[in-house]
Design a protein around this ligand. Structure first.
Ligand SMILES: Nc1ncnc2c1ncn2[C@@H]1O[C@H](COP(=O)(O)OP(=O)(O)O)[C@@H](O)[C@H]1O
Ligand SMILES: [Mg+2]
Length: 289
């Protein structure tokens, strides 16, 4: 256990936080101080989290506490369960028939696997961006407005669309073409469009599964800059197979190794400069993976 994890018992959820809210989705609104300062408040917490696909175990007894408004990188060799872990957080694994989740995954103190949690509402608070940019075959405006319309938040859509595009560092490039197709953009722009689409409904968390691995170096560096900016307002969890990228942009790094085991989780500097586990050091230095 890291010092971080030991001291964070102060952030254990209170009974208040655990009690279901009167709302219909079973989720509390996360407290927002209004300030964009980095805190070490735990927003997401896994306890004894196991995931199976049929008989095969993909995650094994994962314990982790992910801080709010920081960038957490998830690294590890192919097949070690990185995507599975990400998909647990907003219950995307529900969509996989063979997937079975055991243990707890707490979002602001509330287990997202409780019966009263609505996974659709959860996914609005915990948005996701995938490896290949996947804009809808719609205008740029309609792509970004999509989540707002689904939620019935359709007052002042134009302002919200522009704000999301601006936060996604895309507005300047597309300002004059909001009605042209999202599919006409370059790959890097499409990925920023998908990020704008994910942030338009104002989520708390953005999950990104190798969001730059299909992009060229210039587009990748724009996404990396953007991710660091997003952490001023959102909690960002990014899966990457690019260790330099993890080292550059993240505050915390979680290292999963074969068998779906979370071997080490700590400040990114510590992981890359002086990891506790030899297996982590071997992985970081490229001895395997
Ligand atoms: N939909 C699925 N059905 C069955 N097995 C899966 C499915 N998705 C992933 N797996 C298995 O779970 C393990 C972890 O996969 P994944 O989370 O995709 O790893 P990573 O993202 O680290 O490459 C792998 O052994 C993979 O084959
Ligand atoms: Mg993956």
């Amino acid at each position: 256990m890291t010092n971080e994890q030991m001291t964070s018992s102060e952030t254990e959820p209170t009974d208040d936080q655990l009690a279901p809210t009167p709302g219909t989705d079973g989720l509390t609104d996360t407290a927002d101080s209004g300030a964009d300062t980095t805190t070490d408040r735990t927003l997401l917490e896994a306890r004894n989290l196991d995931v199976y696909y049929g008989e095969e175990q993909a995650l094994s007894d994962v314990d982790i506490e992910i801080p709010e408004k920081q960038v957490t990188a998830v690294i590890g060799p192919s097949g070690c369960g990185k995507s599975t872990f990400l998909r647990c957080i907003n219950r995307m694994n529900d969509l996989v028939d063979s997937a079975r989740v055991e243990g707890e995954l707490r979002f602001d103190g509330k287990n997202v696997y409780d019966d009263d949690v609505d996974p659709v509402a959860l996914r609005r608070k915990i948005g996701m961006v995938f490896q290949s940019p996947n804009p809808f075959p719609k205008s740029i405006r309609d792509n970004v407005a999509y989540g707002l319309k689904v939620q019935g938040k359709d007052d002042d859509v134009d302002t919200k669309v522009r704000t999301a595009l601006e936060r996604a560092a895309l507005l300047e490039e597309v300002e004059d073409q909001l009605d042209s197709s999202g599919l006409d953009l370059s790959g890097g722009q499409q990925q920023r469009l998908c990020i704008a689409r994910a942030i338009a409904p104002d989520p708390d968390v953005i999950l990104m599964d190798e969001p730059a691995s299909a992009l060229d170096p210039v587009a990748t560096s724009k996404i990396e800059d953007l991710i660091e900016d997003l952490a001023e307002e959102y909690t960002v969890i990014i899966v990457t197979h690019n260790m330099q990228q993890a080292a550059r942009i993240s505050d915390k790094t979680a290292v999963f190794l074969t068998g779906g085991e979370l071997v080490e989780f700590d400040d990114t500097n510590k992981i890359f400069e002086n990891p506790e586990h030899e297996r982590v050091e071997d992985y970081i230095t490229g001895k395997f993976g």
